[in-house]
Design a protein around this ligand. Sequence first.
Ligand SMILES: [Zn+2]
Length: 466
Amino acid sequence: MFPKTHITIAAAATVVVTAAILMSPSSNVEAKRMSYALDLEQGSVSDSGASPLQAITPDSTAEAADSKGLEPDVTAKIDHQPGFSAPEQPAAPEQATLDWQTFEIKSGDTLSSLFREAGFNDGIMLSVIHGEGEAEKLQRLYAGETIRFATTRDGSLAAVELQRNLLETLRIAKDGENFTGETQLRKPEARPAFASGTIDGSLYLAAREAGLNDRLTMELAGIFGWDIDFVYDVRKGDQFEVVYEELYLDGEKFDTGRILSARFVNRGEENLALLYTDSEGDSDYYAPDGKSMRKAFLRTPINARISSPFNLQRRHPVLDVVRPHEGTDYAAPPGSPIKAAGSGRVKFAGWKGGYGRTVVLQHGDNITTLYAHMSRLGKGIKNGTRVKQGQTIGHVGSSGMVTGPHLHYEFRVNGSPRNSRTVKLPDAKPIPPSEMARFKQFTNQRVAQFDVFRERYQQVALASDD
Ligand SMILES: [Zn+2]
């Protein structure tokens, strides 16, 4: 998919940038991160200079970086370009004749005290919260939220807005005699951004240097973590490139979204993962050939240390006789969530003798997994329930015959116990043939997008080598 020369150029560019950063951090960090307002879902990445979505050049990037230091807002230049819908605003005509008062809600504030501060008595407050629609939700206020009161010229209350966060506002407006409430949700605009780095110490450090936040770094490790152990397998010189979403409201970046595509070169071997949403609406990461990045099973259903390994010759700690240990024990605090190792159906959920409170999952025809000694079952877990990989199916406890709280986990193939730590795990389902044409079309666009970003990145990196 990527010719060797391409990778070599990327590596060279990265070295240049890294060396430059040591001497002059502020002017070169931008080479590691870029934002473009490409049309994500359409994947339009044409390099036409006429497109308003491509109003970026290495020069403009450097300029922005000079004026703003470490956080070059290279997208600012295209905020007012045609092609973006204007941010939603409260209706303008009504706005003009209303007088707005705004209060930050502090702990100790009550709805009554806020209404009073705005000049309205409890009677008016009651008529608002007893209004139609979602008006009653005004009673649930939290410190840190913002409340606004709109007053007409004659001094009567026209509307109350409770802004819960950047994306969610409860708006209650007078509609004839009554108030009517409605929750208004804003959808952030997602713009793809690019980060690239070479590992010197750890992925964490390199990712941080490349401008990725901790959540994106964890996600990146999670995408490739099925095949690459980020503690033992990663080597100095390994490289990553990530296209991810930056979320904007009114042209201001406020958060990051999903990783759209990622490339990780581990000991010279390239891995490419693309986020694909299938025709059913399910999203997952796939290699360009349609193979899932995931295995059908998690290696471990809980983040905890092994307290007793799989051992068919073991002497039982309670019974003190040779009794095979047909699973792996994980010591974890009571209540810790236990994940379904794979997607499947609940075959058993309940009390099972010495196993205590137990869940058994059936995966396909021949594999079952068992989770024992739970303190309680997960929400909605009962016989026949469908579960997804990673879903919480129960919580660690010490039910049944145990010496302390732990998870006992079994992996069985055709009924025989296998060591879950070493058994070869089947891959998760690839893209089905019926979906392949759609998938190919999509991934071609994503790979092209990746190439555009990488090219820009290299131009910027080389341009800063003066
Ligand atoms: Zn056990």
